[in-house]
Design a protein around this ligand. Structure first.
Ligand code: PLP
Length: 450
């Protein structure tokens, strides 16, 4: 058992961590991150790490950005808190809502703020239900998400998440949340099946589920343009066109969960642009404020907004919201963060550095352990498999991913292991040279475990 420092011991004694095996944690303790600068973070032992995951897919502008500190300080001094309930508002929430709607060039009409992606997705579910109640379709309430999708961890958003660990020990999912197939061609394709045919089959699976459930009971489909936490899964090019056609056929709302893909991650402002998604509802978080403040937004288009607004006379009030919905400090920081993304051309940088990243990782495809390299823009993954020919995964899951994740730290690199898939999602400020450095560190860690 490792000797824990005083801070580690206190952590182990007093703090219960998210997504952390408590028994293992007690023996190894946490790595305590003390400060950050640019694409790097430093622990309390003086070690420096290239943060290849931008924290949790979120610190777009890098760590230690003084303009965000100043924006927060200015707002704290002026109005540290006010709410947006019952006909009250304030400048930062108005300005950020206007900016977000402006980004969508009229495709979205209105923004609702929450503190996290999970809360935003809970809000989405209630909005979809409210919408159908307002339209006198009380039976049209089921929401279809996807296996391996990730939409958060609250009881409702965690139900839409399609990962066994989020359901198994929590008695989820809720009954009105259903799951359809994950569009992962590498593992899901049948022998000889083209990507196009695979995409068609994914849409047929969705349609079959809708027909089984009864189209009059199915309200919406939710998906991430590119799946993040499920393993950075990029769907076939025509997948979203086919899925949207099915949704329109059965009068379902299309929800794009852009919590990871929003604000440049794929080299376009939104993931929806990249895949021609025309969502009725968009969910945004993480890079909206570079996670310097907890913040998320639900954007709704005119079709939804007109019902939610005009029918509120009939249903009463949209009785939903959080004490910190549109928090002035969070929205002020969000606004400044988006200004920085614009001024520094970070969406374009994500496209350019992203190309370098995708190529550098693809150059590793010949490695004996590497099964698939995938990604778009500045999000990517390398999946290690037990058998390259059949794509057979390792058993137990994590055989390579877990030690690789650990060894990466020794090369000054923080990545994420999703089973035996290693994910990369660096800050959008990363330069091409830094991308090469990041991939080089990963390659050396891989050499260590193989
Ligand atoms: N939706 C997506 C696509 C996510 O990746 C996440 C978090 O990783 C969430 C929702 C949940 O966000 P939060 O952790 O802020 O609740």
């Amino acid at each position: 058992m490792a000797t824990l420092t005083d801070a580690q011991q206190r952590d182990v004694q007093y703090q219960l961590h998210p997504y952390t095996n408590a028994v293992k944690h007690q023996s190894i303790g946490p790595r305590i991150i003390e400060r950050g600068e640019g694409i790097y973070v430093y622990d309390d032992q003086g070690n420096k790490y290239l943060e290849a995951m931008a924290g949790l897919w979120s610190v777009a502008v890098g760590f230690g950005e003084p303009r965000l500190v100043e924006a927060a300080t200015r707002q704290m001094q002026k109005l540290p808190y006010y709410h947006t309930f019952t006909h009250k508002s304030h400048g930062p929430s108005i300005a950020l809502a206007e900016k977000l709607i402006g980004y969508t060039q009229g495709r979205m009409a209105s923004a609702f703020f929450t503190n996290s992606g999970s809360e935003a997705n809970d809000t989405v579910i209630k909005m979809v239900w409210y919408y159908n109640n307002a339209l006198d379709r009380p039976e049209k309430k089921k929401i279809i998400a996807r296996e391996k999708g990730y939409h958060g961890v609250t009881v409702a958003s965690g139900s839409m998440t399609g990962l066994p660990a989020n359901h198994r020990d929590f008695d989820l999912p809720l009954p009105r949340i259903k799951h359809t197939s994950c569009p992962h061609y590498y593992h899901g394709a049948r022998p000889g099946e083209s990507e196009e045919a695979f995409a068609t089959r994914m849409a047929e699976d969705l349609e079959a589920l809708i027909l089984k459930e009864g189209p009059e009971t199915v309200a919406a489909f939710i998906g991430e343009p590119v799946m993040g936490a499920g393993g950075v899964i990029v769907p076939p090019r025509t997948y979203w066109d086919k899925i949207q056609a099915v949704c329109r056929k059965y009068d379902m709302l299309v929800i794009a969960d852009e919590v990871i893909t929003g604000f440049g991650r794929l080299g376009t402002l939104f993931g929806s642009e990249r895949f021609n998604i025309e969502p009725d509802i968009m969910v945004l978080s993480k890079q909206i404020s570079s996670s310097y403040q907890p913040l998320a937004a639900v954007l709704i288009n005119d079709k939804v907004a007109s019902v939610v607004s005009s029918h509120s006379g009939k249903l009463g009030t949209f009785g939903h919201g959080y004490t910190a919905s549109g928090h002035p400090v969070a929205t002020a920081v969000g606004l400044e963060n988006l200004n920085i993304i614009e001024e520094r051309g970070l969406v374009q940088n994500a496209a350019e550095s992203g190309e370098v990243l995708q190529q550098a990782l693809r150059d590793m495809a010949g490695h004996p352990l590497v099964g698939e390299v995938r990604g778009v823009g500045l999000i990517a993954a390398v999946e290690m498999v037990a058998d390259k020919e059949s794509h057979r995964p390792f058993e137990p899951v994590g055989t390579i991913g877990a030690p690789l994740y650990e060894r990466a730290h020794e090369h000054g690199l923080i990545v994420r292991a999703i089973g035996d898939t290693i994910a990369f999602c660096p800050p959008l400020i990363i330069t091409r040279e830094e991308v090469h450095d990041m991939v080089g560190r990963f390659a050396r860690a891989l050499d260590d475990v193989y």
